[in-house]
Design a binder for this molecule. Structure first.
Ligand code: C2E
Ligand code: MG
Ligand code: MG
Length: 640
């Protein structure tokens, strides 16, 4: 708005100036007169010279006569000739005047030349009159010249005044334009500065983590790439570290994100306090950070920095009067020793960090190639499993559960098998650990539940009381969306929760009890059934068992194996069954392989039995045949 206003005003001023310039009188006479005026002043000077020369010439002649000096006679003639000379200069271009004066001078010269020193009184007088006439004419001319000169001078001064006004106007317009330009320039500069500041802000947002104010993933990766380039050029080496806060998720889940954020910021501050000035730390995301130890670092120095990092976490972090204990796991890799390219270098540090975590956290680990090969294999398997789910290579087998008292099939456990296109039939032991530790744990778990539920619905038409058990990985349970996902799934599949059982291994549950119990309790309150699998391997205390939302324990095969005639350890099984019964928890024995075991468990009052003694896990068709046939089930004769 302001800018266009200034532009319009400047334009108007410019037009007005042009208009004024063109309106000034610049007629040819005016210009001619002004030019002439300079010429006239010169003419006056020359006329004066002519006058003087003529007088000098005449006087010299008089002296020559007086002293009878011929040399002076020639001087006189020289003066007169000089006077003529002046008359003929371009400045004396007074035609009329020259034409009258010149013949008179010529006459004088002639007279003097012819008469010389022998001149008579009359001729001399005559010469004197001639001289007077010339001088008189000169004076008149001078006078006219002066009058004209005065007139021209007035005109000249007027024009000059106008010109100076134009200059003033020009100067004024120029000044206005200059001020406007200056103002625009300053405004522009101000805007540019503002823009630069905004750009800086944007850069900050683009390259720095808003919470911790350290380089974000994009930027730290750029810095790492630069460090690699420099090291490559200078044939140097450097270490990088990936740091992950141990159990940070627990703080986040328990105390909320706000506290979690503050713990993160304080953790970064502590790490930074022990880094060298050249080292750079950036946030890769979540609670994971990358440090570039710029420049060559001796292993001993690296160790001392890492020790210091571990040490700064010994003291608790205080937030709002609460103490938070946080530790870190660190993985290290070296350029170019471990890897020469950016992504492998990061991957190896990551692998080393996971190794530090699985070794018990709160420690650092340097990358080693053997470990990497193992992990690569795991990774490959993970990809293969993902394709297998998509290709429908997984199948569920069903192992019957027998009621000890009646010998009837009361339910079954769904056990997964992988029909591998190349390797044939694979057992869970070959792949389940990869699933449980990988990203598809949820996807896979939901597939098992869906497939088992579909089968269960069909079989309940044959036996309405038949129960179906599926194995649930604790890694699936701890996922944030587990509760909602499961409720949706159950609703969608119309699962009969009264006859549908979820088995969770005791060991896993104990390892993740803080993060799972609440969810499981909520679901149990809504009628979900949970059985504690592989019971006896997880060392859960009796008090804990009492508080767990479970209906039954499945005594692990390793205990059932102890049931042999001469083995006193079988008393452990007695203890387990007694304990469970005291807590009103049902017992199921798994891995029952012979009659002795079966009878022993039957006598103990174990509710149900599962094992090769009755049946191996069966393909759906075989299991269906089994439940269609008459019951009770008889033990199979040929033992594996
Ligand atoms: P589990 O849930 O304790 O299942 C019982 C395992 O013991 C099954 O092995 C079964 O075949 C085996 N078994 C049953 N009776 C006998 C017996 O008399 N003798 C012997 N030697 N073994 C017997 P499987 O099918 O190889 O499964 C192993 C484990 O893999 C399961 O232990 C379970 O923890 C896991 N698993 C199986 N299917 C799934 C699944 O769909 N999802 C999840 N998350 N885990 C599964
Ligand atoms: Mg099981
Ligand atoms: Mg088991």
């Amino acid at each position: 708005m302001k800018k266009s206003f200034i532009f319009i005003v400047s334009l108007l001023l410019f037009v007005a100036t042009l208009f004024y310039i063109f309106s000034i009188d610049k007629s040819p006479e005016q210009v001619g007169r002004t030019d002439k005026m300079l010429l006239e002043t010169n003419k006056v000077r020359f006329l004066f010279k002519v006058e003087v020369l003529l007088q000098k010439g005449f006087l010299s002649y008089l002296f020559a006569l007086q002293k009878n000096d011929e040399t002076m006679l020639y001087d006189a003639l020289d003066y007169l000739e000089a006077a003529r000379g002046f008359l003929s200069t371009e400045y004396m271009n007074y035609d009329r005047l020259s034409r009258t004066i010149d013949p008179m001078i010529v006459e004088m010269v002639d007279t003097i030349e012819t008469r010389g020193l022998a001149i008579g009184q009359e001729e001399l007088l005559e010469l004197f009159h001639v001289l007077n006439r010339i001088i008189k004419q000169c004076s008149i001319a001078e006078k006219n010249v002066w009058i004209e000169f005065q007139q021209d001078l007035v005109a000249f001064q007027a024009t000059q005044a106008r010109i100076s006004n134009i200059y003033k106007l020009f100067a004024f317009v120029f000044a206005v334009l200059l001020v406007a330009a200056l103002w625009l320039y300053l405004r522009q500069k101000n805007l540019t500065n503002l823009l630069h500041a905004k750009e800086k802000d944007l850069e900050k947002i683009a390259f720095f983590d808003t919470l911790t104010q350290i380089p974000n993933r994009t930027y730290i990766e750029k810095l790492l790439q630069r460090a690699i380039q420099i090291a490559r050029r200078e044939k140097g080496s450097f270490y990088i570290a990936i740091i992950d806060l141990d159990d940070f998720k627990k703080i986040n889940d328990t105390y909320g994100h706000n506290t979690g954020d503050r713990v993160l910021v304080e953790s970064i501050r502590r790490i930074e306090s022990v880094l060298r000035p050249d080292d750079t730390i950036g946030r890769l995301g979540g609670d994971e950070f990358l440090i570039i130890f710029n420049g060559t670092l001796e292993p001993y120095d690296l160790k001392s920095i890492l020790d210091r990092i571990e040490k700064v976490f010994e003291k608790p972090i205080h937030i709002d009067d609460i103490e938070y204990y946080s530790t870190v796991s660190i993985g290290i890799s070296n350029f170019p020793h471990d890897a020469e390219d950016f992504s492998t270098l990061i991957k190896y540090a990551d692998i080393a960090m996971y190794q530090a975590k699985s070794n018990g956290k709160n420690q650092y680990h340097l990358f080693d190639a053997e470990l990497s090969a193992w992990l690569e294999e795991e990774y490959r398997l993970e990809t293969e499993i993902r394709t297998a789910i998509a290709n429908g290579e997984f199948r569920l087998f069903y192992q019957p559960k027998i009621d000890t008292e009646s010998g009837k099939i009361i339910g079954c456990e769904a056990l997964v098998r992988w029909m591998h296109p190349k390797k044939g039939l694979l057992s869970p032991a070959d792949f389940i650990h990869v699933i449980e530790q990988g990203f598809m744990v949820r996807e896979f778990g939901e597939w098992v539940i869906s497939e088992a539920a579909r089968q269960h619905a069909l079989w309940r038409a044959i036996d309405p009381d038949l129960s179906m058990a599926v194995n649930l990985s604790v890694r699936h349970i701890v996922s944030h969306t587990f509760y909602d996902d499961m409720r949706q799934l159950v609703e969608r599949l119309d699962i009969d929760l009264k006859h549908f059982i979820f088995e969770i291994t005791e060991y896993e549950l104990m390892s993740y009890k803080n993060r799972t119990i609440d969810t499981l309790r909520r679901l149990a309150d809504e009628g979900w059934k949970f059985h504690l699998d592989d019971f006896g391997t997880g060392y859960s205390s009796i008090t804990y068992l009492e508080n767990l939302p479970i209906q039954a324990v499945k005594i692990d095969k390793s205990f059932v194996d102890k049931i042999m005639p001469e083995n006193r350890e079988k008393l452990l099984v007695d203890a387990i069954v007694d304990l469970a019964h005291a807590l009103d928890i049902t017992t199921i024995a798994e891995g029952v392989e012979n009659e002795y075991q079966f009878r022993y468990l039957e006598k103990l009052g174990c509710k149900a039995i599962q094992g090769y003694y009755f049946s191996r896990p069966l393909e759906p068709e075989a299991f269906e045949k089994l439940i269609e046939e008459s019951q009770p089930l008889h033990p199979i004769t040929s033992m594996p």
